[in-house]
Design a protein around this ligand. Structure first.
Ligand code: ZN
Length: 303
């Protein structure tokens, strides 16, 4: 019999619930407003209602729940004062398990993205993997010997906050010169302003890159240098088999990827050259978050 899990992605604006099988197929999905001003105690019963409806419609019985949320910690099961939500700190794992009576796992988006690449994406069979999410921010998920690197307290692998430019741009974390301040969509918008002197839309430039537009080549070329440097620093320590890039910034496609590969090869530790694949995620972006959430349940051997 096919096994299903609930994959739940909690974002600052919307939440998404999906019922996903072992092959990564989505049987049903639902999106609803998170209502960031609400407390967790009001959110949870609202979520339960939506889940119950989904299970009634599909007639499926899930074997577990995977939850992706900002500041979620796999080891403690907690979310710590998620930005953009008025929840404070919540023991998400415990509250879900009490209410749904199902084994529940929680983690942050980047770690979940890494697990779903392993299970259903282009990193199938890969044991040492670095996944970098390039959206509003920059997140990293690290797989070592098939397991997510959590560090001593959970939440290890904040590769978006390594310094790539001494005394560089202010970063959202309070630091300066971090990769996120250059390679995120937010950072790239600053690069556009600095180089082109105006606010040209990033998605438009991404499209223009495909036809060899000069401005687009400049912006993406500059961003590829920052990203290549950051990825090479991380990969010099981790020596993964593969680096997978995901998130809205990668909509710019194969030309941007080639630029990143070239910079990465230039910067990587000499004896690692030519050995590490750099790829764009093959998973559907719109469902990436619920696939990621679902993947940790299977990855943790829930049967
Ligand atoms: Zn930072």
């Amino acid at each position: 019999m096919e096994k299903f899990v609930l994959g739940i992605d909690i974002g600052g604006t919307n939440s998404k619930v999906g019922l996903i099988d072992e092959s990564g197929s989505i049987a049903f999905r639902e999106i609803f407003p998170t209502k960031s001003e609400e407390s967790f105690d009001i959110y949870l019963p609202r979520l339960k209602e939506i889940v119950d409806k989904l299970l009634t419609i599909t007639g499926k019985v899930p074997i577990g729940i995977g939850v992706g949320a900002p500041n979620a910690n796999f080891l403690t099961g907690m979310v710590h004062e998620p930005p953009n939500l008025s929840w404070g700190s919540v023991d998400l794992k415990k509250r879900f398990e009490e209410l749904f009576k199902l084994p529940t796992f929680v983690d942050n988006d980047a770690n979940l993205a890494a697990v779903s690449e392993l299970l259903w994406g282009c990193a199938s069979g890969v044991k040492h993997l670095l996944v970098v999410t390039l959206g509003t921010g920059v997140g990293t998920g690290i797989i070592i010997d098939g397991n997510v690197l959590q560090g001593a307290f959970g939440g290890a692998g904040e590769g978006g906050h390594i310094e790539i430019v001494p005394n560089g741009r202010a970063c959202g974390c309070g630091g300066a010169g971090h990769l996120e301040a250059y390679a995120s969509a937010t950072g790239m918008k600053l690069t556009i302003k600095e180089i082109l002197g105006s606010d040209v839309d990033l998605a438009l430039l991404g499209t223009a890159l495909k036809s060899g537009d000069k401005d687009a080549l400049k912006i993406f070329g500059e961003s590829a240098k920052y990203l290549g440097k950051g990825l090479a620093s991380m990969a010099t320590i981790l020596f993964p088999e593969m680096v997978v890039l995901t998130g809205g910034v990668m909509n710019a496609g194969p030309i941007f990827l080639e630029m990143i590969r070239a910079e990465f090869e230039k910067m990587i530790f000499r004896s690692f050259r030519g050995k590490i694949k750099v790829e764009i995620s093959s998973l559907p972006k719109e469902d990436g978050a619920i696939l990621g959430a679902a993947s940790i349940v299977f990855h943790n051997g829930i049967k």
